[in-house]
Design a protein around this ligand. Structure first.
Ligand SMILES: Cc1cc2nc3c(=O)[nH]c(=O)nc-3n(C[C@H](O)[C@H](O)[C@H](O)COP(=O)(O)OP(=O)(O)OC[C@H]3O[C@@H](n4cnc5c(N)ncnc54)[C@H](O)[C@@H]3O)c2cc1C
Length: 320
């Protein structure tokens, strides 16, 4: 097996979700390499060796400076054809989803998306994929090569194995149509603390918070705990909190050590995004709220009263 993993980077670091897929690929054996594409990215590439890559292919070109998919499809197509990779894996993101779909079309390859696992079964590579609102897992495979797979974010953690990667540069030729789109403007979310995908603690809020201003209560608790704030779709749709924080079927999948759900009913579409958290604590004033059915600890009460007390308690414990 010769596997290539697409590695995204941000502010001079390889992103955790790509390294997690790299670790998974390395655990399956065979040749595993990473692809790092961009402008001025040579320095970050070698990090991939610590997570199981024996080689990292780096393509540096101004055309790859903006996070646009088509130039990346051109570069990866060339790399896969030249090096003969039989498997290409991606960690889910908006960019990765576009690139994976474009590459599948270009190489006439099969793409399995939303994978939560990948295993060797009777000599074949088999993907595991949730279906029917995450109520069942189905096995998916590929009829030919290269096999392309896109993993759900949060499906794995990066595992450092301490190796070293050979870094090789390659150049790409871009199609005219690939350069037709230009990035007009880029905005960066201002954030202190970890992202919800990386945080070990997520404090999430729903409509039970009553009004957008009450998200400040969650932010204070998250700050004290060193965590991040998540939200349900109901409050994101209402404009109370940004989409980047949405947890669930049409948002992000998270698997922190602790998930504190505040004023969240626990709809199936929310559950699928946080059910793999180690410990789930829920605060809801309705003792029959569905979220209690899959919580490790449930508190029946008003979030507006409980949250300030909880934050104060955490402060006191930290100070003690
Ligand atoms: C195709 C599709 C995709 C979807 N994708 C997502 C998704 O990605 N993520 C997602 O979250 N949802 C998603 N949804 C929406 C989902 O079905 C629910 O509507 C949504 O999760 C409900 O959000 P909520 O829990 O904030 O609100 P509600 O369901 O209104 O629940 C509010 C809860 O707060 C409690 N409450 C009220 N006041 C207080 C108080 N003072 N103190 C404590 N508790 C209080 C109530 O008892 C209630 O349980 C999707 C739906 C569809 C159809």
């Amino acid at each position: 097996m010769a596997t290539l993993v697409f590695l995204e980077h941000h502010e001079g670091e390889l992103e955790k979700r790509g390294l997690a897929v790299l670790s998974k690929a390395a655990s399956l054996g065979g040749e595993v390499a990473g692809a790092v594409l961009g402008a001025g990215v040579g320095d970050v590439a070698a990090t991939a060796g610590r997570f199981g890559a024996s080689a990292v292919y780096v393509c540096e070109d101004p055309a790859l400076g903006a996070p646009l998919p088509q130039p990346r499809v051109d570069a990866l197509e060339r790399l896969v054809r030249d090096q003969g990779f039989d498997t290409v894996l991606f960690a889910q993101s908006i960019l990765a989803s576009d690139v994976a779909a474009g590459l599948a079309a270009r190489l006439e390859a099969g793409l399995n998306w939303d994978l939560s696992d990948l295993v060797q079964q009777d000599g074949a590579l088999v993907g595991k994929r949730p279906a029917l609102g995450d109520s069942v897992y189905v096995d998916v495979g590929w009829r030919g090569e290269p096999r392309i797979g896109l993993f759900r974010s949060g499906a794995f953690d990066p595992v450092e194995t301490g190796g070293e990667a050979r870094v090789e540069s390659f150049s790409a030729t871009f199609q005219d149509f690939s350069l037709a789109a230009t990035m007009v403007e880029q905005a960066h979310e201002e954030r202190t603390g970890p992202s919800i995908e990386d945080a070990e603690i997520v404090v999430a809020g729903g409509r039970g918070l009553g009004k957008p201003e009450n998200f400040a209560l969650l932010e204070e608790l998250a700050k004290e705990l060193g965590g991040a704030v998540g939200a349900t779709r109901a409050v994101v749709d209402a404009g109370w909190y940004p989409y980047g924080s949405q947890v669930g079927q049409t948002g992000k999948t998270v698997s922190p050590k602790l998930y504190i759900a505040c004023g969240i009913s626990g709809a199936i579409q929310h559950k699928v995004g946080m059910q793999n958290s180690n410990v789930i604590v829920s605060i809801n004033k309705d003792g029959n709220a569905p979220i209690f059915e899959y919580s490790d600890l449930g508190v029946v009460g008003d979030v507006q009263e409980i949250l300030p007390k909880l934050t104060e308690l955490v402060r006191q414990r930290k100070g003690a």
